[in-house]
Design a protein around this ligand. Structure first.
Ligand code: ADP
Length: 265
């Protein structure tokens, strides 16, 4: 994995939002410290479910060998822990793939509203399970940029999934697409996708760090929701490759809005 990106966010606290700009400011020493931290973090994240698995295996081989009830319960916990490890490894592989081609500009014409529509459709069951309604606006027109279809699908999946997970049960997630948006942080016009939820919001001092690998505001909540802490890091790297931006606006108690801003050229 590559470690050259240190986020230098432009914090505009009064407005209650942070634009995460992707400027490379990392020197060699810092890069090797980041690499060490990352290896330590990965080991820790994998060791937690692994330790649980080893404990249950030992119990099933020993004291609970003939206990049918315990076996059922333990196997279901082990299943969850193994799935968690699988998600972490899957996300790490995604991250490393995105980083491997970070210098290659994506060149395929892709239609952003149609990507968003299909992600919304895929996530309907997850939203339904939490009684969350997904409201989609501005997705009828065609809006083409040069991009990578699979990677942009992953960006919108991660962000809409987060909005569903961190919003309240029974709430609403609104997804709004704006064509030819004029953005202060971009040189030319851009297509903007705003994903807003009705969750608790994120205290502003956390916002600049959200796209760091394994950074979570509430680690317990994230794990409970099946999170790996890598989703926004993946989003950052994909948008970086598309010369795009991620804007995060949040007010405590008032929900969060994650905006993806993608230039046409
Ligand atoms: P995770 O797998 O933990 O969801 P992410 O990288 O996707 O990892 O997000 C990092 C952290 O950012 C989350 O753990 C959560 O604390 C915070 N976060 C992300 N999206 C939202 C949201 N819509 N509302 C509140 N907090 C969020």
């Amino acid at each position: 994995l590559h470690f050259d990106v240190k986020v230098r966010p432009a914090i505009t606290q009064d407005a209650g939002y942070v634009v995460v700009a992707f400027e490379d400011k990392t020197d060699l020493q810092e890069a090797s410290q980041m690499r060490r931290d990352f290896v330590a973090n990965v080991s820790h994240e994998l060791r937690t479910p692994l330790t649980a698995l080893l404990g249950f295996i030992e119990t099933l081989l020993g004291p609970a060998a003939n206990d049918t009830d315990a076996r059922k319960r333990f196997l279901s916990i082990m299943d969850n822990e193994a799935k968690r490890m699988n998600r972490i490894v899957g996300d790490l592989l995604s991250l490393s793939r995105v980083e491997a081609d970070r210098r290659v500009r994506p060149r395929d014409p892709v239609n952003v509203p149609s990507i968003v529509r299909s992600v919304v459709q895929t996530l309907q069951p997850l939203a339904g399970a939490r009684n969350v309604s997904l409201r989609l606006e501005g997705a009828d027109a065609e809006d083409r940029i040069l991009g990578d279809q699979d990677q942009l699908t992953q960006v919108f999946t991660n962000l809409i999934e987060n909005a569903i997970k961190y919003g309240p049960n029974g709430g609403e997630v609104s997804i709004c697409i704006t064509s030819h948006a004029v953005e202060p942080t971009m040189q030319g016009p851009a297509v903007r996708v705003d994903i807003a939820d009705q969750g608790e919001g994120i205290p502003v001092h956390h916002i600049p760090r959200l796209t760091e690998r394994f950074y979570r505001v509430d680690a317990h909540r994230s794990r409970e929701m099946g999170g790996t802490g890598l989703g926004l890091a993946i989003v950052k790297h994909i948008l970086n490759r598309h010369r795009g931006r991620l804007r995060i606006e949040s007010h405590a108690g008032n929900g969060s809005c994650f905006s993806v801003i993608l230039p046409y050229e």
